[in-house]
Design a protein around this ligand. Structure first.
Ligand SMILES: *Cc1c(COP(=O)(O)O)cnc(C)c1O
Length: 350
């Protein structure tokens, strides 16, 4: 089956008379003894339905196993918890800010060492893999929209005995399936495109490696960064329309990127040619702030991947790397009519 079909059909209850189409929301802290579930921190049937559906999308023909977490950063923390004391993590110098901050915090406390790289420089990343235990990738990166050569870096990392993780939040499994390139683990902030309606925080990990899945499930059981049943139910409801939403957001983003590149007020447009995320660079912070305050449709807000278009000047965050231009505005293009989105943007740019 193709992704659009998987998104609709995976993670459904068995088709028997009177069965509901959708897995119900199971609110349970514990289960009658003697089965596999036992306790609410270990298992929940609503989580399983969401995990099965996302595993089907991200794993493709060969399949994968998924674990849902309370948030994307809870999933990130669980992966980093597997890195041994004093081992090296190679990571992009531009990546999701929370991931960069988590790595910096762990390094400051002597838990691990980091080696930050420019992921567009494949030779430098390959060289850095040599002494790494874990190679962390984001492609496209947030908010610089840089692209990594995932297959080449994965091959080099595996040769050096390192595991490879890809944060696939921006691309979604509709546009990019890193497990098919041999990557060991995929991370999602399902808060973003997968849920898609700006009403849920949720994270997920995916792998084809049973041993790794068991180790990560053990960390989730022990640390307790589990999702809520209602959150996974909402996320599964959102996932049903993921391919449709991504298709529309991508078409809108490509058109807006083309028009923005021709606009005299815009210094630079960063669009990798796929997905719904676009970064535009204006000459300075003042003009970028004026843009984000000057629209009526576009919402000035952090986060991304919702049906509604939103944007923000990234350097308004003190923790954003200074290599990101002061005037960079990151656009999360929604599924509205592109002409309305353009009229609002062009008005504010003018
Ligand atoms: C939002 C985000 C995260 C963190 O996810 P939360 O659900 O907010 O904890 C991680 N990676 C990327 C790329 C993100 O956009």
């Amino acid at each position: 089956m193709r992704p659009a079909t998987r998104a609709v059909h995976a993670g459904r209850p068995p088709r028997v008379p009177d069965a509901p189409f959708n897995e119900p929301i199971t609110m349970a802290s514990t289960y009658v003894a003697g089965g596999d579930r036992e306790y609410g921190r270990y298992a929940n049937p609503t989580w399983s339905a969401f995990e099965d559906a996302l595993a089907s999308l991200e794993g493709g023909e060969e399949g994968a196993r998924c674990l849902a977490f309370a948030t994307g950063l809870a999933a990130v923390a669980t992966v980093l918890d597997l890195v041994g004391s004093d081992q090296v993590v190679v990571a992009p110098r531009h990546a999701y800010n929370g991931t960069v901050m988590q790595l910096a915090d762990l390094e400051a406390r002597g838990r691990l060492r980091t080696h930050l790289v420019d992921i567009t420089d494949t030779a430098a990343v390959v060289a850095a893999c040599e002494d790494a235990a874990l190679v962390w990738l984001e492609s496209p990166t947030n908010p610089a929209m840089e692209i990594a050569d995932i297959p080449a870096i994965t091959a080099a990392a595996h040769e050096a005995g390192a595991r490879v993780v890809v944060d696939n939040t921006f691309a979604t499994p509709v546009l990019q399936r890193p497990l098919e390139d041999g990557v060991d683990l995929v991370v999602h902030s399902a808060t973003k495109y997968i849920s898609g309606h700006s009403d849920v925080l949720l994270g997920a990990l995916l792998t084809r490696d049973d041993e790794l899945w068991t180790a990560l499930k053990g960390r989730r059981d022990l640390i307790g960064a589990i999702p809520g049943a209602f959150e996974t139910w909402l996320a599964l409801r959102g996932l049903r329309t993921l391919p449709l939403r991504v298709e529309r957001a991508q078409a809108n983003a490509a058109e807006l990127a083309r028009r923005l590149a021709e606009h005299p007020a815009v210094t630079e447009v960063r669009y990798p040619g796929f997905g719904g995320m676009v970064s535009v660079v204006l000459p300075d912070a003042e003009r970028a702030d004026a843009l984000t305050r000057g629209t009526s449709l576009w919402v000035n807000a952090t986060s991304l991947g919702g049906v509604e278009s939103s944007f923000e000047r990234r350097r308004r965050w003190a923790s954003e790397p200074t290599t990101i231009p002061e005037g960079l505005v990151r656009l999360s293009v929604g599924i509205e009519d592109v002409e309305d989105l353009w009229d609002d943007l062009a008005g504010a740019l003018g």
